[in-house]
Design a protein around this ligand. Structure first.
Ligand code: ADP
Ligand code: MG
Length: 372
């Protein structure tokens, strides 16, 4: 309204209806009240003359028209319907402007008339253009959201399908052993072996199910403040028998007083999966180093092994369900790790070289602890 267009001195034009109509239709009735109030007050501020009263009348009527159109605009789904409603509002706006101009000054010459028609249609086209643009970008965003959901569903169902496969194998094996145990003339040491193998298979089935459940339900329910030094110390204690079995020494180096937010069990599972992978990558033993440090606003954990490492291709496949290079692997471990880190708003990166080793780096936003 301050920066007007004036093709002849007696004709002053601006685009005030554009933000009014587009803003009200998308913002709702509350925004409409605010916009009309702003418009009329600003017009008052520009000077009270004939034009002010005309404006006041035009925008009061337009107020009621928009008030009526807003709910209809909101429930309209198709872009075509939205454009229609915006077109109705814009047409009313133009009709009122014409009415006022002819009422105040009946002898309008041809030049003025043509200028008016051009200016008003520019505004009309502008309003329609904005509605189409907004609708387009909204649809686009909706499609992207939908795609993301579908993608996740696809993964979950893919896993669900293969999970039954994964669980079936250990169950079949266990069933076989139990059948063998029914025989009477089995030496005790054989019996023990069957039982041991059966239990191992059942454990494996359980492991697969746990991994799957953690993935399918990755939301954090029991979020607490975690002292990383405590949590890492605990996790190392849990995995140390496993490390000993593989002849692996775990080295740790923690900088203290780093806190993050997360669910304890899931965070443990995430670390255990990574450390387990590191250990399993060193079948002939070696060293696994776990380092905790602060980098800017992040707590960073490095888990470094000197194991078999991975090629670039293998690194890319990490986190995809059922990707494993191990005879008894589940291929769910890193997938679970990725999904847990994601819900914890953390980041993970992998550096690996075949034959040299692998380093997983996790970063989580630090939660500041007030120590009073
Ligand atoms: P699993 O351990 O059951 O095979 P994961 O999802 O945990 O399933 O790991 C997938 C694959 O990624 C592993 O089979 C292995 O080939 C590779 N991998 C993961 N971590 C490492 C590591 N630290 N060093 C080398 N290879 C790794
Ligand atoms: Mg694993």
């Amino acid at each position: 309204m301050t920066f007007t267009i004036s093709p002849t001195p007696s004709l002053i034009f601006d685009m005030r209806q554009l933000p009014l109509i587009v803003g009200a239709l998308y913002g709702g009735r509350r925004v409409l009240v605010f916009l009309i109030f702003t418009l009329i007050s600003y017009r008052f501020f520009l000077g009270v003359d004939d034009g002010y009263y005309a404006s006041f009348i035009i925008y009061s009527i337009l107020f009621f028209i928009l008030w009526y159109l807003i709910p209809r605009f909101t429930i309209a789904i198709k872009t075509k319907d939205k454009v229609k409603i915006a077109g109705i509002a814009a047409s009313f706006g133009i009709v009122f402007l014409f009415a006022v101009i002819f009422f105040v000054n009946p002898n309008v010459n041809t030049f003025k008339l043509i200028s008016l028609i051009i200016l008003f249609s520019t505004q009309f086209v502008g309003i329609i253009f904005f509605v189409i643009l907004i609708e387009r970008s909204r649809t686009e965003r909706m499609i992207i959201d939908e795609l993301k959901k579908l993608e996740k569903l696809k993964i979950v169902s893919e896993i669900a399908a293969s999970i039954s496969q994964g669980v079936r194998n250990p169950l079949t094996v266990t069933r076989g052993f139990i059948q063998l145990l029914r025989g009477t003339d089995i030496p005790d040491d054989k019996k023990d072996m069957y039982i041991k193998l059966s239990l191992e298979e059942l454990d494996r089935a359980e492991e697969i199910i746990t991994d799957y459940l953690t993935f399918a339900k990755p939301s954090l329910e029991n979020v607490k403040l975690l002292d990383l030094t405590d949590e890492l110390t605990y996790v190392i204690k849990v995995v140390s028998p496993y490390a000993t079995m593989y002849n692996v020494t775990i080295l740790s180096e923690f900088s203290p007083n780093l806190f993050i937010a997360g669910e304890k069990q899931k965070f443990h599972q995430c670390l255990i999966n990574l450390i387990k992978n590191g250990i399993e990558a060193m079948p002939d033993g070696g060293e696994l180093s776990i380092k905790l440090e602060q980098e800017e606003d992040n707590a960073v954990i490095h888990i470094q092994d000197s194991g078999v490492g991975m090629t670039e291709e293998q690194v890319k496949r990490l986190g995809t369900p059922y990707y494993t290079t191990k005879n008894k692997g589940t291929g769910l471990g890193t997938m679970v790790v990725f999904s847990i880190i994601k819900v914890m708003q953390g980041e993970i990166s992998v550096k690996s070289k075949a034959g040299v080793g692998t380093c997983f780096t996790l970063a989580f936003p630090i939660v500041k602890q007030n120590i009073d």
